[in-house]
Design a protein. Structure first.
Length: 380
C-alpha cells in the first residue's frame, strides 16, 4: 500500500504538468492575467503572466480521485470477485481495502464538492475580485459543511462535556479557515506556495504512511504530485501563477487532511503531544499568516486586504533576492516539517526538545526580521 500511495504522485504529476503548460500558453491568448485587486490592496507591479494554474492543481487532485472512485467503489460494493482472476487489473494489495474504499466514498465525494466550490470561488475572484468577506464566508460554509456532514472534527473528546459537537465543529472550521488563508497569504512570490505545499505535504504524507492511514496518504500524494507538476512552470521566473483557484484548494485540502489524520493512538508508541504535528509542520506559513496580520492591524488596515508585508517581502527588503527568499522559506518549512513527522514516535522529553526547537527557529527568524534594518533603509 505504501508503494501504491507513492505511485499517485507521478499520476497526479502526469495530469498537472502538461495541463499547466497548456494553460500557460492558452492564458496569453485569452489574456487571463492577474486582476487589479480590491480597493486598497497593494500588489507587486503587474506582469503579463496568466494566473489560471490553479486549474491544473485542482485537476491533478480531482481527476485521479474521480477515476479511482469510479473504478474501485463498484468493486468494493460487489460480492462478485471475478475481477481477481484478471492478472494486473487490481493490485493484490488493494483487494482487502476495497470495502473500506467503498465505505469512504461519501467522504471523498464531499471533499471533492468542497474543493470544487473553493476552486470555482478562486477562479471567479481571479477574474473579478469578490472581496475578502465573500471569500471568507464561502470558506467557512464549506468547512462547516464538510465538518458536520463527514464527521471530520477536532477535539471530539470534549463533546460529552460541552453538550454536543458544536465546539469540535467550531474548532475544525476555525482550523481549516486559518490553514486555507495561510496558504492563500503565502502565494505571493514565484514558486513559494507550491514549494511550501510540496514540502509540507510530503511531511504529512510520510507521517500518514507510517501510521497506515491510506485515504489521507493517497490524497496527500495527489496534492504533492499536482504541486510539483505546476511548480515546473511556476519556479522563478514564473510562466504561470496558480491564483486563488489554486491556493484556496491547497490550503483547504491541507486543513481538511490534517483534521482527518489520527496522530495519537493509545496502543502505539508515542504520546498525546503528537496532535501538535500540524502546528509544527505548518509553523512557517502560520508564522507568515500571524505576522502579516499583526503588521496590517498595527497599521490600521484590514488583515484580509493584501499588501507587500509578507514574510517573503520582508526577507527581500533585508537583502535576499526573491528566489533566495523562496528557498529560505521552503527550507525552513522542511526543517520544522521533519521535526513534526517525528513527534508521534518520540518520548516526552524528546517531544519537548522538538517544540523548543520549533519555537527557537521562529524566534530567530523574528529577531532577524524585526531587529535588523531593511537594506538601503527601505521601509515596510
Amino acid at each position: 500500500m505504501i508503494w501504491l500511495c507513492l505511485a499517485l504522485i507521478p499520476a497526479a504529476l502526469a495530469v498537472s504538468f502538461p495541463l499547466t503548460g497548456v494553460l500557460a500558453r492558452l492564458g496569453h491568448r485569452l489574456r487571463t492575467y492577474d486582476s487589479p485587486g480590491v480597493e486598497g490592496q497593494v500588489k507587486a507591479p503587474p506582469r503579463r503572466v496568466p494566473n489560471t494554474g490553479g486549474i491544473a492543481i485542482f485537476a491533478g487532485v480531482a481527476l485521479p480521485m474521480i477515476a479511482g472512485l469510479a473504478l474501485l467503489v463498484p468493486l468494493g460494493r460487489s460480492s462478485d470477485r471475478e475481477w481477481q482472476e484478471e492478472p494486473g487489473l487490481i493490485p493484490v494489495a488493494l483487494w482487502e481495502h476495497l470495502p473500506g474504499i467503498a465505505q469512504q466514498a461519501p467522504l471523498a465525494v464531499g471533499l471533492l464538492v468542497a474543493l470544487a466550490a473553493l476552486h470555482l470561488l478562486g477562479l471567479i475572484d481571479d477574474r473579478r475580485p469578490l472581496g475578502p468577506w465573500v471569500k471568507l464566508a464561502v470558506m467557512l460554509v464549506a468547512a462547516g459543511a464538510i465538518s458536520a456532514f463527514t464527521d471530520t472534527r477536532l477535539l471530539t473528546a470534549l463533546d460529552p462535556h460541552v453538550g454536543g459537537p458544536w465546539l469540535s465543529i467550531a474548532a475544525t472550521v476555525l482550523w481549516i479557515a486559518v490553514v486555507t488563508n495561510a496558504m492563500n497569504f503565502i502565494d505571493n512570490m514565484d514558486g513559494l506556495c507550491a514549494g511550501v505545499a510540496s514540502v509540507a505535504g510530503a511531511c504529512f504524507l510520510a507521517a500518514s504512511l507510517l501510521a497506515g492511514q491510506w485515504f489521507v496518504a493517497a490524497t496527500l500524494a495527489l496534492l504533492v504530485g499536482s504541486c510539483l507538476g505546476f511548480l515546473a512552470f511556476n519556479r522563478p521566473p514564473a510562466r504561470i501563477f496558480m491564483g486563488d483557484g489554486g491556493s484556496l484548494v491547497i490550503g483547504f485540502l491541507l486543513g481538511f487532511l490534517t483534521v482527518r489524520t489520527t496522530y495519537y493512538d493509545p496502543d502505539a508508541a508515542g504520546g498525546w503531544y503528537a496532535v501538535f504535528m500540524p502546528l509544527v509542520v505548518l509553523a512557517v506559513p502560520l508564522y507568515d499568516f500571524a505576522s502579516v496580520t499583526i503588521v496590517r492591524l498595527s497599521q490600521g488596515r484590514s488583515p484580509f486586504v493584501g499588501d507587500l508585508n509578507h514574510f517573503s517581502h520582508r526577507l527581500v527588503r533585508r537583502g535576499l533576492g526573491k528566489p533566495a527568499a523562496v528557498a529560505v522559506i521552503c527550507g525552513l518549512t522542511g526543517v520544522t516539517g521533519l521535526s513534526g513527522v517525528m513527534l508521534a514516535s518520540l518520548a516526552p522529553w524528546q517531544a519537548i526538545l522538538v517544540g523548543v526547537q520549533c519555537v527557537v527557529i521562529l524566534l530567530v527568524v523574528a529577531a532577524f526580521e524585526f531587529a535588523s534594518a531593511p537594506r538601503n533603509g527601505a521601509g515596510a
